[in-house]
Design a protein around this ligand. Structure first.
Ligand code: NDP
Ligand code: PYR
Ligand code: MG
Length: 597
């Protein structure tokens, strides 16, 4: 796509006419840190010419080039590149292809004896050679997503300070008050389109892991690049280290965060506000994804900022979309009418109430009144069934407090309410007991059982339990992956009901259209698109989500639909391309080596 001619006084980069769009160009230029020196050619077409004095030289050379993970190709540098870029002698003589390098990585990875070792190995690869890292992940997504994401990322966060090698992303603490913009400005890339930010207080279902929660934004952003092709240089993981109330971390000499109790109240809110404003200033137009904040902050931060800046909460909105998508697919198996379903959630937090809200939108779309739609959704929280007579309810829970006698436990709620679907989002393992599953199977020909809590150790039941206690009739999805299960000689394929089907595509759709807000409508269309990508053959295997190897196509379809919403709702800052799908496809990062010479 581009060619670099390099002599001792100047460097010229010529972009082939019409092959390079502004986004690719700026991405490339931000790599080489010379964006300010770009001069468009007189015709203003897609060709561009850059001149720079050699002391500002573009590509690093020699060891510095090998140490730059965005540009490094390792043994794949050609002999010409080695000569021109001062690499001759610094690499073993044999030139390898990207495919051969992938083979080497897989061989080594599979030799590791534990998943956490595989995690450390992959993160080290990300530190060395991003192209190779993303190639390996993209081509082996089913095998490797459980390593860079749930469940292994959970284990990594539990011991983050102990496996820590190199920093990644930006850490912001309360002692940085007044200079958050300056910290963001320290990031080497200035064209950031997506930030995933956490304060580490509710990492998966593992609770408060403080700054050790950084593994989550890092993992989510790797998936933005793998699943939706958002170029890695366009995203930034951020941890707001507001302290931790985790006694183990407060006493751990290897903990990476500040060892003080969690900051609450005014100072916390001021830090959040400063961060949000700093992002607008340093990375205008950047989308912010709130991730794994505790319930007490998640809803109110979303409420506060969703109409002010381009942001969303993945645990509330992303999870909602993937849950609704799974329900749409499951109904194709049961033949049920959405309007006649009763959904019983175990857990009435971010994931549960977010899913309820989106289900209600879908039910209203299907013709129910708001009240009727809400009556389809029932919740059991840590204190029992949510009903009108309870006096301890607040916020969104009140919307689902139906007129019904109190029920203390989930099994009795299942027996009494006879739901078609039970959805576990409690972060509490093993709550879908054999008795509950048997009851679901007695009530329903094809019971819908979604056990969405992460990581695997927190799942409300395993795939094997779900199938065993329902005689293989359950339509089962889980937040973390489970292997297929053979029941009575039949192989059943559980699906992974995880917001990874949603957030990468949403981010790409927002970026492509320049959407200035992220709306609920975007999540509803995302749910419909994901459900629409499930084939009849998938359903026959028992899958309610598309197979992971199709995730790029699925994310592309989500991105197109989300961008369409942005254009329709007047939220898009960019002109609409004639062919939106082709345009977005063109933005997608392919992990391939560029030819430097
Ligand atoms: N698959 C996916 O894509 C996603 C999965 N999740 C998972 O969902 C889980 C919950 O996350 P989130 O909603 O954000 O957490 P929250 O803390 O917001 O909510 C947890 C809910 O579970 C309830 N709960 C806790 N213990 C029990 C119990 N013993 N019986 C019944 N209910 C109980 C809580 O009750 P109370 O309100 O009374 O405190 C609360 O309503 C986590 O494991 C997370 O990993 C989250 C996002 C995405
Ligand atoms: C998947 C996810 O976002 C969670 O478990 O928090
Ligand atoms: Mg999350």
């Amino acid at each position: 796509m581009y060619k670099i001619i390099h002599d001792k006084d100047e460097m010229i980069i010529r972009f082939e006419k019409d092959l390079v769009d502004g986004e690719t160009l700026s991405r490339f230029l931000s790599h080489i840190n010379l964006q300010s020196m770009l001069k468009k050619s007189a015709g203003g077409d897609a060709s561009a010419r850059l001149r720079a004095r050699s002391h500002l030289a573009a590509l690093p050379t020699g060891i510095a080039l090998l140490r730059d993970p965005s540009l490094n190709k390792g043994s794949a540098f050609t002999l010409e590149e080695r000569e021109a870029l001062g690499l001759t002698g610094l690499l073993p003589p044999r030139v390898h292809t990207l495919d051969e390098q992938v083979q080497r990585i897989l061989e080594n990875l599979r030799k590791q004896s534990t998943d956490i070792e595989r995690y450390v190995y992959l993160i080290a690869l990300q530190d060395r050679n991003k192209t190779l890292f993303y190639r390996v992940l993209l081509d082996n997504i089913e095998e490797l997503m459980p390593i860079v994401y749930t469940p292994t990322v959970g284990q990594a966060c539990l011991q983050f300070g102990h496996i820590f090698r190199r920093p990644r992303g930006i850490y912001i603490t309360a002692r940085d008050k007044g200079r958050v913009a300056e910290l963001l400005g320290n990031w080497p890339f200035n064209d950031i389109k997506v930030i995933v930010v956490t304060d580490g207080e509710r990492i998966l279902g593992l609770g408060d892991l403080g700054a050790d929660g950084m593994g989550i934004p890092v993992g989510k952003l790797a998936l933005y690049s793998v699943c939706a092709g958002i170029h890695p240089s366009l995203s930034l993981p951020v941890t707001l280290d507001m302290g931790t109330d985790n006694a183990r971390l407060l006493n751990d000499p290897l903990y990476i965060g500040l060892q003080h109790p969690r900051i609450r109240g005014e100072l916390y809110d001021e830090m959040l506000e400063e961060f949000i404003l700093a992002v607008q200033q340093v990375f205008p137009g950047c989308m912010i994804q709130f991730e794994d904040f505790a319930n007490r902050n998640a809803f109110r931060l979303l409420q506060q900022y969703r109409d002010q800046v381009c942001c969303f909460n993945d645990d509330i909105q992303g999870t909602a979309a993937v849950t609704v998508a799974g329900i749409f697919s499951a109904l194709r198996i049961t033949g049920g009418d959405l309007k006649e379903q009763r959904f019983l959630f175990l857990g009435a937090g971010e994931a549960g109430l977010g899913a309820g809200e989106l289900l209600v939108s879908a039910l209203v779309d299907a013709g129910l009144s708001l009240d009727e739609a809400r009556r389809c959704c029932w919740y059991v929280d840590s204190k029992g069934l949510i009903v009108k007579s309870r006096t301890d309810l607040s916020g969104h829970k009140l919307l689902y407090a139906h007129d019904h006698p109190p029920i203390a436990d989930f099994h009795t709620a299942v027996e009494t309410l006879k739901p078609q679907a039970i959805i576990g989002v409690s972060g509490q393992p093993k709550r879908f007991t054999p008795e509950i599953l048997e009851t679901m199977a007695r009530i329903n020909e094809r019971p819908i059982v979604f056990s969405l809590s992460n990581p695997t150790s927190k799942s409300e039941c395993t795939a094997e339990e779900a199938y065993t206690w329902t005689e293989g009739r359950a339509i089962f999805a889980s937040g973390s992956p489970f292997d297929p299960v053979v029941i009575k000689g039949r192989k059943l394929y559980p699906s992974q009901g995880n917001n990874v089907y949603i957030f990468p595509g949403v981010g790409m759709g927002v970026m492509a259209s320049g959407a200035v807000r992220v709306t609920d409508e975007m999540f509803l269309v995302a749910a419909k698109v994901v459900a629409g990508e499930v084939s009849d053959a998938d359903l026959e295997y028992g899958r309610v989500y598309p197979p992971l190897p199709r995730i790029r196509e699925v994310s592309l379809a989500v991105a197109v639909a989300v961008a369409e919403v942005a254009y329709r709702e007047g939220l898009a800052a960019k002109p609409k391309p004639d062919d939106l799908a082709e345009y977005i496809r063109g933005l997608m990062f392919e992990p391939e080596y560029q030819t430097y010479i």
